[in-house]
Write a protein that binds this ligand. Sequence first.
Ligand code: UD1
Length: 368
Amino acid sequence: MAARIHCIVGARPNFVKIAPLMRAFAQHAALAPELIHTGQHYDVEMSRAFFEDLEIPEPDRNLGVGSGSHAVQTARIMERYEALLREAPPRLLLVVGDVNSTIACSLVAAKAGVAIAHVEAGLRSFDRSMPEEINRILTDQLSDFLFITSPEARENLMREGIAAERIHFTGNVMIDALFDSLPLAARRETPRRFGLTGRAYAVATIHRPSNVDQAENLNGVLRILEGIAAELPLVVPLHPRTERRLVDFGLEERLRAVPGLIATPPLRYLEFQDLVRQARLVLTDSGGIQEETTVLGIPCLTLRPNTERPITITAGTNRLVGTEPEAVLAAARQALATPPPEQPPMLEGWDGRAAQRITAVLAAALAA
Ligand code: UD1
């Protein structure tokens, strides 16, 4: 009998990571994947559009939890996932990334005695003020299979007492999704949609609580965006959290009035990748975008004091620039004055085949 695997998705970056995994699992006779959407993200642009663009199958179940404080959201996912798990426990729970859905389902499965696989284990920012860092550390402690994307993750996990035989260096599924999608993305002509055909432009995405939840910080971000837009056209897809804070703090009109700044609702996956692959510069506080710009060879400035993905700096095109406006703008001018790399770097395991390797490990273990 094929081994049933509960594959959990909740928030936007999860959808990207699960797409290649669902495809690879479905092709393996020994594995029976079931897709469970917690409903953490529910807007069409934050969820459905990603299922369409990444050809992810319809979820088998949707827990419909929606938004809430961390405790409310996590608790709701736990209650609803526990009820589902009781109906027919799977052989394995597979979680990806570091969002509230990841830790919530892992806690439930661990106590129900269901084995857990964590894809993208071992990333550490060493900054516990980030909710994702708490989610990462705890999920890794509960996991039986820890699939890592880069070598330093192994050291992070070993330091936290994780047994070496649980750790598997299988590579980066986010890059699988990107490579699978680039031919389709390239047909979107997204720059034209924004009147940017043939022009150098920048793209910025900002949504971390530390950058948008306080008026002073969001004000600083706005000053950065104004400075960038004075140098070259700037497209800013707005995460719902950022959009809401701009309204709350009375900053929205100022953003919409910045010359050269094109604010849009969140973009679909293929549109966004098409825009990024042709960009001159990307500014972000996202984790995944640091990785995608690395393999695309696009200069990226990360507006954070730290990153859980240091390999994007040591081997890639990423630079940590913090959030002090003058410092960020100086770094941006420097990046614009430097020719981008001719060839994107090659990183081990960032080759489009990570999901295949994860499938091989799980199929062998579950058959045993
Ligand atoms: C979550 C993840 C973060 C990830 C991000 C990607 C956690 C702790 N954080 O943060 O790691 O980078 O997703 O987007 O899980 N909202 C909507 N519509 C939606 C989803 C959210 O309007 O479809 C609004 C809600 O009002 C909510 C706010 O956005 O309060 C934040 O959503 P939430 O899922 O709590 O966290 P994110 O900031 O999206």
